[in-house]
Design a protein around this ligand. Structure first.
Ligand SMILES: Nc1nc2c(ncn2[C@@H]2O[C@H](COP(=O)(O)OP(=O)(O)O)[C@@H](O)[C@H]2O)c(=O)[nH]1
Ligand SMILES: [Mg+2]
Ligand SMILES: [Zn+2]
Length: 361
């Protein structure tokens, strides 16, 4: 397979040639196309390699964010015979999708890297929830990729066009589309958001129909021949690994396990994009530090009273703002501790280095 089909282009080729010029190792470029716990499959132009991060890569990574994940472009060292390849380094990312690690205040968890589009999938059944869509939009904007809201299982709902309008009103310009993987409707709209060579990821709770959609896009032939993976007998309904699929039209799509919790992670950037309407209103408040509660001249409260902004959306914004601020405080104190640890290690390494130097002299 040519790596161009996986989205390889001039920027990556440039970064890779720089790396090659600084190294005497037999490095080969490839993309992480499958991830099952720590085990990664990397596709090069030659073949797919089971791979693990090298000790050097693991040690030099300042945090979990710097480790390879699905969608990453890497430089690997092929094994001399059979066996696993070593992931030597990551090529620069153009985007990275993360959430707060479930059950943790200060750890971020990688979801995927180098995405152009994040498809936020919500089922038009019991799963439908506007507040959840707002949260997902915030996380997606933070990644650097463009969110697209996907309302799945459209066959289960009588008035999809009313829901589309409702979601468009809060999407702040992000495209919104409805589809049914079961009936095969709305797939053209989805493909239009994922042109050939672009990478998208499906983000949504378990059961919203992500894998059914991928199967549908891959076409029915494959659906008929691969219902269950023979090696582990799992998989028809539950997705336990992440995988990047090359779709027949050339778009690249990542499917993975469902995510119930989407804790905010990262900068405030995502919130300001997801709630740009509220921020624009707040710019008209009399006081620049208005809390939008009781202050006179509050343009946000005025909008709520006039019906231009729902109080649920305002509450949702405030809740996410508090969560964001709390997480930022937690991770910055964690980052300070990590910085101290690194400095200690550097001093130790410095000591070793000067001893080594003395021996050489
Ligand atoms: N009615 C309806 N059911 C669907 C649709 N897509 C998926 N499902 C069903 O939803 C369930 C979960 O689907 P799955 O693709 O495994 O969801 P995932 O966990 O998001 O990957 C399965 O029983 C599917 O048959 C759809 O478009 N319409
Ligand atoms: Mg699935
Ligand atoms: Zn105000």
């Amino acid at each position: 397979m040519s790596i161009e089909l996986l989205g390889w282009g001039p920027d990556l080729a440039h970064a890779f040639s720089l790396l090659l010029s600084q190294s005497s190792l037999p490095l080969v470029p490839g993309r992480v196309v499958r991830q099952e716990r720590g085990l990664l499959t990397v596709q090069t132009s030659e073949r797919a390699f089971l791979s693990r991060p090298s000790g050097r890569l693991l040690h030099q990574a300042p945090s979990a964010e710097a480790l390879p994940t699905i969608g990453d472009w890497v430089a690997l060292i092929p094994p001399s015979g059979e066996g696993e390849a070593l992931l030597h380094s990551l090529l620069p990312r153009r985007s990275v999708l993360m959430r707060r690690e479930a059950g943790s205040e200060r750890e971020g968890q990688l979801i995927a890297a180098n995405l152009d589009v994040v498809f936020l999938v919500t089922g038009l059944d019991g799963n439908f929830n506007l507040r959840r869509i707002e949260r997902a939009l915030t996380i997606a904007w933070n990644s650097g990729a463009t969110p697209v809201v996907v309302l799945s299982k459209a066959d289960l709902h009588a008035d999809v066009s009313a829901l589309l309008l409702e979601v468009e009103a809060l999407a702040q310009g992000a495209p919104v589309l409805a589809l049914s993987a079961l009936e095969g409707t709305g797939l053209e709209e989805l493909r239009a958001q994922l042109p050939a060579g672009k990478t998208g990821a499906l983000l949504g709770s378990s059961g919203v129909g992500k894998s059914t959609l991928v199967n549908r896009l891959l076409d029915e032939a494959r659906l008929a021949t691969q219902p269950v993976r023979p090696d582990d007998n799992r998989g028809r309904h539950t997705t336990t690994h992440r995988e990047l699929f090359v779709l027949p039209h050339g778009g690249l799509l990542i499917d993975g396990p469902g995510m119930r919790e989407l804790g905010l992670w990262g900068e405030e950037e995502g919130l300001s994009q997801a709630f740009s309407d509220v921020l624009a209103m707040a710019a008209d408040c009399r006081f620049s530090d208005c809390s939008h509660r009781r202050e006179p001249g509050c343009a946000v409260r005025a909008a709520v009273e006039a019906g231009g902004l729902s109080s649920e959306r305002l509450e949702s914004f405030e809740k996410l703002l508090r969560e964001q601020a709390y997480q930022a405080r937690q991770s910055s104190s964690a980052a300070q501790r990590e910085q101290k640890r690194l400095e200690r290690n550097l001093t130790l390494a410095g000591g070793q280095h000067s001893r080594a130097k003395r021996r050489r002299d």
